[in-house]
Design a protein around this ligand. Structure first.
Ligand code: ACO
Length: 402
């Protein structure tokens, strides 16, 4: 073979691919997507099977270590993740410094970034033992951080984690419980949230995961790289879409529930008007996660008592879009987030908290990719090229002559 890097460097050729639509940045064994067929597998296992048979802690293990755990491996891993849930008391104080109405996503990324200051033993990304410890710490502490971001926003006291509970149960208790009051975890709610986390757990080189890999390629530690990933997820074209869907549905309801006129505005490409929760860079067919979630939404809404008129609007919107040439020609189908907001709302989460739930789900994927990249002998610092379109050389002009 030809060494393409060297050949391109010699000839000065670069490929221009805005948004990396056709450019692979790495090889990966973690997640397989066939966007035409609507297939998603983690480490070879179909998402449908994992969603119905597994749990989020097991799927985290699968993504990070490559295999489903044996019973001993599972218990050991779950125990480690359980034992690291507490936050340093000084980190708890961080939450006091943020304004009460702060958006929880930057609170989350700030607290994760701050983990590097509390665990300075995490700074060497080649120390395998420390990487293991950072993995457990991050998986265990992110739900606590998320729950505190919520408590802060509603002005309620923080709860210490109860390490006799599983990850999702503990998170629900710290979020919705009160100190010195028993909190009964609703099993329907816990199971549904666990499943949603599984569905969000990885999605190969999406924007936030690519960010984690890019930051990590400079050999920044796991906490710094994950914090960057959380910030990438914040945007409305990525994780922020789940909140944006609900705002869109509420907007349609407030204007009398006229789905047709909203779809016309989307088709006329009114600035800022998109059918949120529709379309995907890779899926040009029904997102397999959306299929599973749609089935669950009905069930969960019924059990949690949320007879939500927004569900009707969502169903009408979907039906209307799927039979419209604009959406058919562009292969636009519901993505994972079209129905999640309705479920989160029925669970009692405020709209701006939805993207935090996405981050909790996506965490094992970020960790798995960061670790895969660090172990890859072909790893290089991420450093894209550009096609320069600015001025040719020109002489400096003194200020009084401009
Ligand atoms: N509503 C209306 N039109 C859309 C939508 C949408 N949701 N998505 C894409 N289109 C149109 C575009 O305007 C474009 O039309 P054109 O060819 O006439 O210009 C065409 O479909 C192709 O769209 P692109 O923007 O080129 O597709 P891209 O792959 O770059 O974008 C994205 C993918 C960002 C997900 C886009 O579909 C979108 O903005 N969707 C809404 C936001 C959303 O739901 N994001 C969540 C994504 S999944 C996730 O992160 C979990």
């Amino acid at each position: 073979g030809v060494n393409l890097d060297k050949l391109m460097a010699k000839t000065g050729l670069v490929t221009l691919d805005p948004g990396f639509v056709n450019t692979a940045a790495c090889e990966s064994d973690i997640t397989y997507i066939d966007g035409e067929a609507g297939i998603l597998r983690y480490r070879g296992y179909p998402i449908e099977e994992l969603a119905s048979n597994s749990n989020f802690v097991e799927v985290s293990y699968l993504l990070i270590y490559g295999e489903l755990p044996t019973k001993e491996q599972y218990e050991d891993f779950a125990d480690r993740v359980r034992r690291h849930t507490l936050l340093h008391e000084d980190l708890r104080k961080f939450f006091d410094g943020f304004p009460r109405d702060a958006h929880p996503m930057p609170v989350l990324s700030s607290a994760v970034s701050a983990l590097s200051t509390f665990y300075q033993d995490s700074l060497n990304p080649f120390d395998q033992q420390q990487v293991e410890l950072s993995t457990h710490r991050l998986l265990a502490k992110l739900p606590t951080i998320a729950a505190y971001a919520y408590k802060k926003s509603v002005g309620q006291p923080f709860l210490y984690p109860d390490n006799s509970l599983g990850l999702v149960e503990n998170f629900l208790r710290m979020t919705f419980g009160f100190p010195a009051e028993p909190y009964e975890v609703d099993p329907t709610m816990a199971r549904a949230l666990d499943m949603l986390f599984i569905l969000h757990a990885d999605h190969e080189q999406n924007c936030s995961t690519s960010t984690v890999r890019m930051v990590g390629s400079s050999e920044a530690n796991l906490f710094a790289s994950t914090s960057a990933g959380i910030n990438a997820l914040f945007g409305p074209l990525h994780g922020g879409a789940n909140s944006a869907v609900l705002e869109m549905l509420e907007g349609i309801r407030a204007e009398g529930g006229d789905v047709d006129s909203f779809v016309e505005r989307v088709k006329n490409k009114e600035p800022g008007v998109k059918l949120m929760g529709f379309g995907h860079r890779v899926y040009k067919n029904y997102d397999p996660r959306a299929r599973i979630i749609k089935k669950t939404a009905d069930e969960v809404l019924e059990k949690l008592g949320g007879d939500d008129p927004l569900l009707d609007i969502a169903l009408k919107l979907e039906e209307r879009a799927l039979s419209d040439d604009y959406f058919i020609e562009r292969n636009l189908y519901p993505n994972v987030d079209f129905y999640t907001g309705l479920i989160y709302k029925a669970m009692g989460f405020p709209t701006k908290f939805f993207t935090v739930l996405f981050a909790l789900g996506r965490l094992p994927g970020w960790i798995a990719h960061w670790r895969e990249m660090m172990d890859d002998p072909a790893r290089k610092i991420s450093r894209p090229r550009q096609v320069y379109t600015g001025y040719a050389e020109r002489p400096y002009v003194p200020m009084n002559e401009r």
